[in-house]
Write a protein that binds this ligand. Structure first.
Ligand SMILES: [Zn+2]
Length: 264
């Protein structure tokens, strides 16, 4: 399910974006400019992806579950929800996601997180801003899912905060940093079952006393790189709602979509 506008955008648009990105990141990070496709590592000049990998990106476009943003194989009509949204509704109001988590999406996320390809964040954030237009239209602030301070020290940056900054540039919704804290250093979620993931992040997030004013009564968008079961963003949403947030939605770069799901 490709978004026609995004899928057919010529690479030259990315090229222009990359020029802007280069100007920004030259100031911020002193890294060699990317010359390789983030997915297949073919030389690509200044673009983040080569044309072949670009054409394989699986953008999530309607029809999808109004609540969770999970794509449907056919259009069931307006307002129809996925089975997940009905049987196990999240605490956040709704989620929107830019792409399916497949090989290309994984390569982009890993390059951003572990490969020092911070230059990819503006492109990924722009895709997220497009997917989340309905959310940013009436939101007060973007809140990146925080890292525990030890992981932040080790990585030196929070990839979700970089994505949030890029979404802010496109949408005009400001980023709120520091209000939401990760107070428990949780093990990586990889390989855990759905219930183990939920247990793993229980009590892991808290709104700081100083951050209460930035949260109470406000309409917030949580920003994350990948949604797997949704346990992490749901734990964040609960912390924000407990602190008095008026509304919490989720905007992610990629979502694991297990199989083709028929709406019910
Ligand atoms: Zn490629």
């Amino acid at each position: 399910m490709q978004d026609a506008a995004l899928a057919t955008a010529p690479p030259s648009r990315l090229g222009r974006l990359a020029n802007g990105v280069r100007a920004i990141f030259r100031v911020v990070v002193d890294v060699a400019l990317p010359q390789l496709c983030a997915s297949c590592r073919e030389p690509v000049g200044s673009d983040g992806l080569c044309p072949a990998c670009w054409s394989r990106i699986s953008f999530i476009a309607p029809p999808y579950c109004e609540r969770l943003g999970i794509p449907f194989p056919y259009d069931p009509g307006p307002g129809v929800l996925s089975l997940e949204a009905i049987t196990d509704p999240p605490d956040y109001r709704r989620a929107r996601v830019a792409v399916r988590f497949d090989d290309i999406a994984r390569a982009l996320v890993h390059a951003l997180k572990y490969g020092d390809r911070l230059d990819l964040a503006p492109m990924m954030g722009r895709w997220m801003a497009t997917a989340g237009r309905v959310l940013t239209a009436d939101a007060d602030a973007l809140i990146p899912v925080p890292l525990h301070w030890r992981r932040y020290w080790a990585r030196r940056f929070n990839q979700s905060a970089l994505l949030a900054e890029a979404i802010a540039k496109t949408s005009g919704v400001p980023v709120e940093l520091g209000a939401l804290k990760r107070v428990k250093a949780t093990p990586q979620q990889v390989g855990l079952s759905q219930s183990a993931r939920a247990l793993n992040v229980q009590g892991a997030f808290r709104v700081s006393p100083a951050g209460k004013a930035a949260v109470a009564g406000r309409r917030l968008i949580l920003v994350d790189d990948v949604i797997t079961t949704g346990a992490t963003v749901d734990a964040c949403a609960r912390a924000l709602l407990r602190a008095g947030a008026a509304d919490v939605s989720v905007l992610a770069f990629a979502r694991v979509v297990a199989a083709v799901r028929a709406p019910i």
